[in-house]
Ligand binder design. Structure first.
Ligand code: ISE
Length: 324
């Protein structure tokens, strides 16, 4: 079975998803593309039908599944449209701009009675995170007590506004921390450096584990994501994000990628292949709409902790049976 896919949004992530579908993913054909920049859509179409209206792409009979990679603020409406049309979708994170919007999407999917959305928390497919979780589940470090995260961008994207260091970037650590630890999140507190960058965000889980995350949007030296799980009998952490080490000019070490696309190339590839297979089989994989709601709802409350300077107890809705 070849899945006929439409791609909405052809910016950094949309263009990469389009390339992965065409060049590195079997079982899929890109039949439709849509972007606010009509020239960009035409330039990347390569025979696919070009739509100016994303809703028309979603409704098109020839489109069986959708990749949503448009700007964050558009994700919720497009995700709801995919659910209404019963079209499986890979929706880039974040799922929605607010917890209320995200919960409406969860409610719509529950009303449909099946999972249609996979949310683009691709770190769940990253080989390093997968191995860290396997070591934990095998008892390799004993009972987990701490998770240390580093999330550094060389420079904040030019489209960054307001608290996007939390709502667009830190949402990755919210999701991957839940996934690694298998825990729910209970409290959040935030310290900000002068100027608001970097942030130090501390989460506590419902079982007392502590998750510390540095989010530094303008670290200058490169794109650097690191994680270390600490247990009562040992630790497991990511190795250096390179497959070679270089000696030159009395220097030794490895380079850092410019951004997340090269750093998580394996994760994006594995995620896309898993999504296409899940559409073909009807068996959902990866982060669900509920996971997308939790990430957005926790991020919203982390922003409150940042703005008030107080520790917040995290409040979430009850997880529907569709997601247990
Ligand atoms: C970006 O939107 C991503 O999703 C990247 O994975 C993340 O590292 C970056 O901070 C975000 O801005």
């Amino acid at each position: 079975m070849t899945v006929a896919v439409g791609v909405i949004g052809l910016g950094v992530m949309g263009a990469e998803h389009l390339r992965l579908l065409r060049e590195e993913t079997g079982g899929a054909q890109v039949v439709a593309v849509c972007d606010a920049d009509a020239d960009r859509a035409q330039a990347l179409a390569a025979g696919a039908q070009v739509f100016s209206d994303p809703m028309a792409l979603i409704a098109a009979p020839g489109v069986e599944a959708v990749v949503i990679a448009s700007p964050d603020a558009t994700h919720a409406g497009l995700a709801l449209a995919c659910i209404a049309q019963r079209k499986p979708a890979l929706c880039e994170k974040p799922l929605a701009a607010t917890a209320a919007e995200a919960l409406r999407i969860v409610d719509a999917e529950v009303a449909r009675g099946r999972r249609l959305l996979q949310i683009g928390y691709m770190r769940r497919f990253d080989p390093a995170y997968v191995e860290m979780r396997a070591v934990l589940l095998a008892g390799g470090i004993g009972a987990p007590v701490l998770l240390h995260n580093i999330h550094r961008n060389a420079a904040a994207p030019n489209w960054f506004t307001g608290p996007m260091a939390v709502t667009n970037s830190f949402v990755h650590e919210i999701d991957i921390s839940r996934w690694l630890l298998g825990s729910d999140l209970a409290t959040a507190s935030v310290n900000a450096a002068p100027g608001g960058d970097p942030l130090m965000i501390t989460l506590e889980t419902d079982t007392g584990q502590i998750v510390s995350t540095e989010v530094f949007m303008n670290a200058a030296y490169g794109y650097h994501v690191h994680a270390q799980l600490v247990g009562r009998e040992g630790t497991v952490e990511m190795a250096a994000p390179s497959v070679t080490l270089t000696n030159r000019g009395r220097q030794h070490g490895h380079g850092f990628p410019a951004n997340w696309v090269p750093r998580f190339a394996d994760a994006y590839r594995i995620q896309m292949r898993a999504w296409v297979q899940s559409v073909a089989s009807g068996v959902p994989v990866g982060a669900s709409a509920w996971d997308g709601f939790v990430a957005t709802a926790v991020a919203e409350q982390v922003v409150t902790a940042l703005q008030t300077g107080s520790k917040v107890s995290l409040c979430l809705a009850t997880r529907p049976g569709l997601y247990t």
